[in-house]
Write a new protein. Structure first.
Length: 415
């Protein structure tokens, strides 16, 4: 598995040959592999992290790169540690209770065991109807068109405006507020956005200001770049047309919702910055825009459902790529890459990715009534936020109670 060691998590969505080596995943044909990969979860596991087989029974988990040790558990006793090799087999492949200890930073992938079994059975009886095959063929055409552009470095990732680059460079030089105000003053529209943002409901209780310097001071230097970049998103939507525009606007509404919930959850966690959490939530699906721009440029016409499936399949990968290309901090990139990894484990206290996962679950489960997401009790992010004992109804009540706050935050982000 030498080849796999050189790939980042998002690249496994592009170069799917790694599935050829994984048993029994390799038994699937390409159509079923594509469907399985959409539901897969990639996780970066730091050295020292442990996985327990009793909590992995729903998944087939493979180590793609890195290293780990395995040891049996009998009651409170631990057996001898044995190294885990990068083999073709899942790391928990027998009924004995095991723990895995990662000895170096590693990357694992999880596939839904029941989904895989269902696909293998479906292949055996060949019970796919014509409509399903045609839909998959259309979706694969779109997907392959995008992957070809990605492989040829022909993907149109939006460039950061000069003023944002100037602000970033100024912040790196640790300049004062007056220097930043001078840079923003060269772009009246952006300056107005910053002032309006500083007067939003996020700063309720503070006196309204029409001073750019006071607005920058109120927002803070650490968040200024993100606030300025958020103004780009509305502008980018203008370059998406037709049916694609509707998907872009739906995704933007989703991001606004996730951002709002991230803010409210972070308020209760002193080690997390609520405004940073909000911006990470807002940007976690930024990749949808270049995906739609690509289809618009190639004049690929397709019905809404197939389009949304393809966007869902690509958005985490491309969002991480865009944020990395813009040189955003790792907190932003990781949240984009792992926002749909429901069973993501992480060491230490709750982080920004945990907030995005919980907010994303709230949107899918409560707003969209999606019954295919896991129960909240199965999601580690809820435990890390101290919310594992809440019921579905209690989460619905929470959303109802915070509705006005959510709407206020959304208005602040759309200014």
């Amino acid at each position: 598995m030498e080849e796999a060691k050189s790939l980042a998590a998002w690249e496994y969505h592009v170069d799917t040959r790694f599935m050829d080596r994984l048993e029994p995943v390799c038994e699937l044909n390409q159509k079923y592999r594509s469907r399985l990969l959409r539901k897969a979860g990639f996780q970066h596991c730091r050295a020292g992290l442990q996985l327990d087989s009793s909590k992995e029974s729903h998944w087939l988990t493979y180590i793609l790169k890195g290293g780990a040790s395995s040891f049996a558990v009998k009651g409170d006793a631990y057996g001898k540690k044995e190294p885990v090799l990068l083999t073709n087999q899942p790391i928990f492949s027998d009924t004995q209770c095991h723990k895995i200890l990662f000895t170096e930073d590693s990357l694992v992938v999880r596939f839904d065991r029941r989904l895989l079994d269902s696909m293998l059975h479906e292949m055996q009886i060949d019970n796919c109807n014509v409509a399903e095959i045609e839909t998959d063929a259309t979706e694969d055409k779109m997907f392959l068109s995008f992957i070809e552009a990605l492989s040829n470095s022909d993907l149109n990732i939006p460039a950061l405006p000069d003023v944002i680059i100037q602000i970033r460079e100024a912040l790196q030089r640790e300049v004062g507020i007056k220097d930043l105000v001078r840079i923003l003053g060269n772009d009246p529209v952006l300056a107005a956005h910053v002032i309006t943002y500083a007067n939003s409901a996020l700063y309720i209780g503070l006196k309204k200001t029409d001073s750019l310097q006071e607005a920058v001071s109120r927002i803070g230097l650490s968040l200024l770049e993100g606030v300025v970049t958020s103004h780009m998103i509305n502008s980018l939507l203008k370059f998406v047309e037709g049916d694609l525009r509707k998907v872009a606007e739906q995704n933007y509404a989703h991001c606004l919702y996730v951002a709002s919930i991230c803010y409210l959850l972070a308020v209760k966690k002193p080690h997390l910055n609520p405004e940073k959490a909000m911006l990470i939530g807002l940007f976690h699906d930024i990749g949808v825009i270049p995906i739609l721009q690509h289809f618009n440029l190639k004049k690929i016409s397709v019905a809404g459902e197939e389009l949304q499936l393809t966007v869902n399949r690509l958005r985490s990968v491309v969002s991480a790529m865009v944020l990395a290309d813009w040189d955003f901090a790792n907190d932003y990139i990781q949240a984009a890459e792992e926002s749909e990894l429901w069973l993501r484990y992480g060491q230490g206290p709750a982080d920004y990715t945990d907030l995005v996962i919980v907010a994303h679950w709230c949107y899918e489960s409560i707003i969209m009534k999606n019954e295919n997401v896991p129960r909240l009790q199965e999601i580690p992010a809820f435990r890390k936020l101290g919310m594992e004992y809440r019921t579905q109804q209690e989460m619905s009540d929470f959303m109802l109670e915070t509705k006005q706050e959510v709407e206020s935050i959304q208005r602040a982000l759309k200014v």
